[in-house]
Design a binder for this molecule. Structure first.
Ligand code: PAN
Ligand code: ZN
Length: 176
């Protein structure tokens, strides 16, 4: 159980283990947890990404995602991706390590994408589904900050997927 009084926490590339050790819930997504997400299924036991969510009684949640470097077929490792259940809940990602690509889309079919590297931030406006892709040469690590009431809706993405995929072509990431 978490203590009643929460401690302030610093989140920096060199202090990720400190964040992780502070009363967080830990989710591991392996290949077998992502059946149907990739065109070519990843190895069942390979860890694709891990999420550490800091428990809090407040209005704001913090989560660190550690994405492994790798591919399933020619698709770079990616998160499941989700909409927020609360359509008014936006989110901000802060890059801590490595290099990622953030895929975004709306229910109306608008799409966008942006790179996220260490020291940069990306805003996810309300109503945009978001998926992260590790396009770098190492782990891609980022901090997510979002309203505690946001909720995660995976259903639509599980059913229809994302409109765009990130694949390796000629040794480079391409959004197709
Ligand atoms: C992030 C994501 C995390 C894992 O904390 O939840 O990166 O991605 P999936 O939830 O899509 O598996 C976030 O966007 N929270 O709202
Ligand atoms: Zn989110």
């Amino acid at each position: 159980m978490c203590p009643n009084i929460e401690r302030p926490v610093n989140v920096a590339p060199e202090s990720i283990s400190e964040f992780i050790s502070q009363c967080s819930t830990h989710t591991v997504r392996r290949g077998k947890d992502m059946a149907g997400f990739y065109i070519e299924e990843p190895d069942e036991d390979s860890v694709i990404y891990e999420v550490y969510e800091l428990e809090s009684s407040g209005h704001i949640k913090l989560a660190v995602t550690i994405m492994k470097q790798g591919k399933a077929g020619n698709e770079y490792f990616m998160t499941k991706g989700h909409y927020h259940e609360d359509e008014r809940a936006g989110e901000v990602y802060f890059g801590l390590k490595g290099k990622g690509l953030l895929l975004l889309q709306t229910k109306e079919g608008q799409t966008d994408e942006m790179e996220l590297t260490s020291g940069a931030a990306a805003s996810i406006p309300p109503g945009w589904a978001h998926r992260s892709v590790n396009i770098g040469e190492e782990d891609f690590v980022f901090l997510a900050v979002y309203p505690a009431t946001a909720g995660h809706d995976y259903g639509a993405i599980e059913k229809h997927g994302f409109l765009k995929r990130v694949v390796e072509m000629d040794g480079k990431p391409r959004v197709v």
